[in-house]
Design a protein around this ligand. Structure first.
Ligand code: A2P
Length: 232
């Protein structure tokens, strides 16, 4: 459906956020994605919602891909313009796909943080786990801007890491995992969601499978679930 853009915020020369009107009838589940494009244009890309299911707007977080077929035009979008937003949201990073209870780990690189922002804007997420940890690995500290304050404010353990310049936690999250962050992790006490580049997802998945974790899908819940961060 065609929806009006109500706000656009640019955080860096590569990252921006779009807010759109939300019709009362538009439904999605926290953690899902939908297809976005320009009305009457063929090219569409998958975007995770960053808005919560109870918010009265829809929000999406985007990277500007150099020469990207959609984002090289989308980056110029302004309030008052319209976008085509798919009305069949779907995805695997929902609470239906992982076992509830225990310690929930939400691991992201780059724009892979998006589905977690939606989950953390859904109050029921906090009731369903004893503890929530978010790790977010980005190249530069400025790449945390869009959601850093939000993640610092909510009731979670927040562990941002930066790989290409000095930072309080410097390096890939995999370095911290190797240094002991996951020494006590186990499928009967922990659940993990993974959202980042293919290499990141595969790396984390391999570690989890080794530890006995099983993958949740739209058909069966498991102790971990993954989705690729789409526009990257
Ligand atoms: P690095 O700067 O060391 O490549 P990308 O641009 O590939 O989506 O990467 C976003 C962030 O995720 C970067 O900080 C990058 O670190 C990090 N990253 C990329 N691949 C992996 C991986 N396999 N494991 C952990 N972090 C990764």
């Amino acid at each position: 459906m065609k929806l009006e853009v109500i706000e656009v915020t640019h955080y860096t020369d590569k990252l921006f956020r779009i807010k759109l009107e939300r019709p009362r009838s538009y439904r999605f589940t926290a953690g899902e994605f939908t297809m976005i494009g320009f009305p009457d244009e063929k090219i569409k890309r998958a975007y995770s919602f960053t808005s919560g299911p109870g918010d009265d707007y829809l929000e999406f977080y985007s990277i500007k891909v150099p020469n990207g077929p959609l984002t090289s035009k989308l980056k110029y979008i302004e309030p008052g313009k319209f976008l085509e937003v798919g009305d069949k949201p779907t995805g695997t990073l929902t609470l239906a796909n992982i076992e509830l209870g225990g310690h929930l780990w939400l691991l992201a690189t780059g724009t892979g943080i998006a589905p977690y922002i939606s989950l953390l804007r859904d109050p029921s997420t906090y009731d369903l786990f004893d503890k929530i940890t978010v790790t977010w690995t980005v190249p530069y500290a400025q790449d945390l801007r869009a959601y850093n304050d939000f993640l610092e404010d909510v009731d979670i353990d927040y562990f941002p890491t930066v790989t290409r310049e000095p930072f309080k936690n410097q390096g890939r999250i995999t370095k911290y995992i190797e240094e002991g962050m996951w020494d006590n992790i186990a499928p009967h006490t922990d659940r993990v969601m993974i959202c980042g580049s293919i290499a990141f997802n595969n790396d984390i998945k391999a570690r989890l499978v080794d530890l006995g974790f099983t993958e949740g899908t739209r058909r069966t819940s498991g102790t971990f679930a993954q989705e690729k961060a789409f526009v990257s």
